[in-house]
Design a protein around this ligand. Structure first.
Ligand code: SF4
Ligand code: SF4
Length: 359
């Protein structure tokens, strides 16, 4: 099925169910609900994962629970925090047709983010990503505390924005160009990667002083500046932004209907000058629809397909949800979601996790 057909069927579904009549003002609340719902779910997944790891650290033997029950207590969604491994797994899948069995959920989440970016701009960042939600929450808190957010001067802003692209280029160079498939396979099958998610947990639960300082600094900068992490540092978002160039959907402004109130520009979390644009093509646009949600003029701001036909904004939201969670659903149905790491392997590797270094 092509992207055009997906958009067409989604639009038909939205029109036929009357979803296109939903008041656009509610779009932003829908976004908060989805983002924060995902944050809460991941916090719960992290809480369960903590006890899963504790089970092996305390060298528990299975008495009341079965090994299967212990393995089931770990939600595979935690693998979404392993994007570099997922990039390697994607290359392996594309070049050798082999699906990573160690952290398949990481690969699925990464692929789903790429697919949604291809369809609806950088919508993973705007609608799904928990880091995006936290970043959003922190700058909103900052604007309450200081009654405003600060703006980095344009020249410095441009230089800083290039940092995430440099990081992205670095990872793509190392993984896509420099790592042969057999090296990737050896890495993915190694003990280090088997517990890469445990290492990620320790990054937070056994935080070093340097990590604590770096995270505190990031928190402070995020209080002052809108989406500091996403705008300047996230290589994941940089990649999705570049892919989103090919998305047929764009926020489009109709100058004849626009009353030039400036609400779209003022409320855009990505600091885009929507009021001055005919179509938002920037890779910074997350498809969050905040601009459309705030626009008071009927027909002034819409989502359009190749700038030719307008699409109800709620159809774009629907597409994000269907594509992202659809990928996860397909992975589950085809047994490509759960890790193949066994209870015995966890039992052997997790107790040595703190001493296990990158091969
Ligand atoms: S232009 Fe609109 S959809 Fe794009 S990031 Fe800004 S507010 Fe969100
Ligand atoms: S919010 Fe709507 S009416 Fe106001 S400037 Fe933007 S597009 Fe025009």
């Amino acid at each position: 099925m092509t992207m055009g057909q997906i958009i067409f069927f989604t639009a038909c579904f939205v029109y036929n169910t009357g979803m296109d009549t939903i008041d656009r003002r509610y779009l932003r609340y829908l976004r908060y609900a989805l983002q924060w719902g995902i944050v809460i779910f991941l916090l719960y997944a992290g809480y369960r994962f903590f006890f899963f790891v504790e089970h092996f650290l305390a060298q528990h033997t299975v008495i009341q629970e079965t090994e299967e029950a212990v393995l089931r207590s770990r939600f595979p969604s935690v693998e979404g925090f392993l994007p570099i491994g997922a990039l390697m797994a994607l290359k392996l899948w594309m070049t050798a047709g082999i699906i990573d069995r160690i952290h398949p959920a990481g690969l699925v989440i990464f692929a789903a983010a790429l697919i949604t970016a291809l369809a609806v701009k950088k919508s993973f960042c705007g609608w799904i990503c928990p880091v995006g939600a936290l970043s959003d929450g922190v700058w909103r808190l900052g604007s309450r505390i200081f009654a405003r957010n600060f703006i980095i001067p344009r020249a410095a802003d441009s230089i800083l924005r290039s940092v995430k692209y440099l990081l992205m280029a670095f990872f793509l160079y190392i993984v896509i160009l420099k790592m042969p498939s057999f090296v990737i396979m050896r890495f993915l099958e190694g003990d280090y990667y088997k517990i890469a998610d445990v290492k990620m947990l320790f990054f937070f639960t056994k935080m070093t002083t340097a990590t604590a300082i770096a995270l505190s600094l990031l928190f402070l900068l995020s209080l002052f500046y809108k989406n500091f992490w996403c705008r300047y540092l996230c290589p994941y978002g940089a990649l999705l932004g570049l892919i989103s160039f090919f998305s047929p959907l764009k926020v489009t402004r109709n100058d004849a209907a626009c009353i030039h109130c400036g609400k779209c520009t003022k409320n855009c979390p990505s600091l885009l000058p929507v009021e001055q644009l005919r179509s938002v093509r920037s890779p910074e646009c997350t498809g969050c629809l905040t601009c459309i949600s705030h626009c008071p003029a009927q027909g002034a701001l819409d989502m359009s397909i190749y700038r030719k036909r307008t699409l109800p904004p709620v159809a774009a939201v629907f597409m994000v949800v269907v594509l992202f969670f659809g990928c996860i659903g397909i992975a589950k149905l085809t047994n490509n979601w759960d890790s193949a790491v066994t209870y015995g392997q966890y039992q052997r590797i997790i107790p040595q996790a703190t001493h296990l270094n990158h091969p």
